[in-house]
Design a protein around this ligand. Sequence first.
Ligand code: GDP
Ligand code: MN
Length: 399
Amino acid sequence: MDIHEYQAKEILSGFGVAVPDGALAYSPEQAAYRARELGGDRWVVKAQVHAGGRGKAGGVKICDSDHEIHEATEGMFGQKIVTHQTGPEGKGIYRVYVEAAVPIAREIYLGFVLDRTSQRVMIVASAEGGMEIEEISAEKPDSIVRATVEPAVGLREFQCRQIAFKLGVDAGQVQQMVRTLQGCYRAFTELDATMVEVNPLVITSDARVIALDAKMTFDDNALFRHPQVAELRDKSQEDPREARAADRGLNYVGLDGNIGCIVNGAGLAMATMDTIKLAGGEPANFMDIGGGATPERVAKAFRLVLSDKNVQAVLVNIFAGINRCDWVAEGVVQALKEVEVDIPVIVRLAGTNVEQGQKILAQSGMPIIRASTLNEAAERAVGAWKNDLSQGVRMRAVS
Ligand code: GDP
Ligand code: MN
């Protein structure tokens, strides 16, 4: 799960990382008011969206008066911002963050990521701050400093000093760097983050070390341990399909293809997607409905898959170990009664109570295409979809 910059700054600040003074606003009037409250004579207004690269896309503006703040934010609210991280559809701006502007002397890149190769938290830093890490690694790979943290002992001060010196930070700011690095590391580990990025971390002209931007991503599977983080979720920034799935407790990832998948178990879902591709099709989603899927859950899964207008065939692939095929079959039949489906539905069942499951499907009178193996199911799904295309049957209604 991603959070907004202002939220990440509040969290990091709680771990001792210095951030600029700032306040959130939901309208241009409020933004101007917030700036007056903050005081000073120069502010930065920043569109709050779950994406970087806002500066270049007009989402970060430096303002010297009330009037400028009004004008800058007027052009942001309700607009979509498109950066290389948002995808072509962009992300809506509903909140802006107003900050007291900071006089920058140097910009540093700082990131904390999970490095799967070393199985450690890795610190990635570069003296070339302000640029995105992808650009830095393409254009100035030698500027990147890396360090991994031994989990048993945590991030040691000497490591932080080493990083600071490699970045060419003056001796006078090294202690602030240590505090910043350790604060980020503690926030990362204690809150089960998978990424913390401060780009840029700046050294101001009056020698302070400040996180000017902040991004945090959290492990969804650990959110139950951190309700204060979980409540920062902003659904306006997420793929609506995935947000709906999360609400229903379904594990769903939207993709670009047109064969919808309803599968129990993440591994089987991956295998199903592979088999669809092997058969010449493209999966429309990853979906794991979980082990003990009830008929209601299967019906929910159907509605979700069908809400994607690109879906032109649905493949249900269930291996019932904990689950029961008759339950799943009932769910499929129930879903087809409730939701008007006029695209092919292919069902492959295997495991517990498979005979009863097949019987329920056969006796339902529903136009369900049954398959006995995964290969057959994938081929039928792809075949049905292609056949559909050639007949020009692409319209369907979903109730
Ligand atoms: P991003 O483009 O989404 O990564 O947004 P950032 O928060 O990183 O801002 C982009 C750039 O705007 C930074 O790299 C800075 O150069 C500039 N910027 C942001 N805040 C300030 C500020 O307080 N003072 C100055 N002088 N520049 C700023
Ligand atoms: Mn940035």
